[in-house]
Design a protein. Sequence first.
Length: 287
Amino acid sequence: MEQKVRKQYLVLFVSVVSVSTAAIWIKLLSDVPSPSIAFWRMLTSSLFIAPVYFQKQLGSLSRKELLLSILSAFFLAGDFTLWTLSLKFTSVASSIVLVAISPLFIMFFSLVFLRKKPKTKDIISTVIAIFGIILIGSSDLNLAANSKNLMGDLLATIAAASIAGYLMIGQKVRQTVGTANYIAILYPATAFFLIFPVLFTDSPLIGFSNKDYLYLVCLGLIPQLIGHTGFSYALKKVPAFVVSLSILFEPVLSIIWAFLLLSEGLTLKQISGGILVLFALYNSIKR
């Protein structure tokens, strides 16, 4: 593996670790509505990158690159909104399992739009990873087929498709646009789209405790600015499919963080599922 590609994978690893802390920050923000959390997450990360506009001469984006960056932001906002909304109708485990099928959407979209057939190795890796995620959430998996649960499952499935769109478009843009230029459009545009769920649900944006504001800043800085910026950086060389598969390791690490920091239990099924996800990721990136 060439040096530059190895660096991309190292950044990808740091990104997954960073993004995995999101569940901890969100859990600590129990008094803040979900739409407000998502908006503040993107607003905070946008403010952190604001100095880029003043301290660095950003390269000009073509109209196509600008529109694609905004479209990518739309899909990222869709992921945050739809997954959060799905939790009102179905269990956390069911939602996580369905969001985990995003690699399948990438393979499907690649076949339909790019005429690119998936590799057998990628199909096997995806099946193994999804089975691992099912093991992780099996104790809380919602199998009852009522209309409310089906609505939540549908929303989580669309969220998975949104992740796929976000990563595939991001990879397309990153072939000609630098990471700083890309996120300078991506993050503010995502914050703009996320203001609509806030307005629709009449969620507050101010009036939180100082501790909550601190957690919101940490959410915008660690999972978003470090984590998702790392994803954007890695997309230059790492296939969107591999990035989406690596994101499946997020719930595994989230469980470990919860075990270490929140004293939550850790079961044999969760450990076994985590090992399967890790193996699937290794199987996908090895030559």
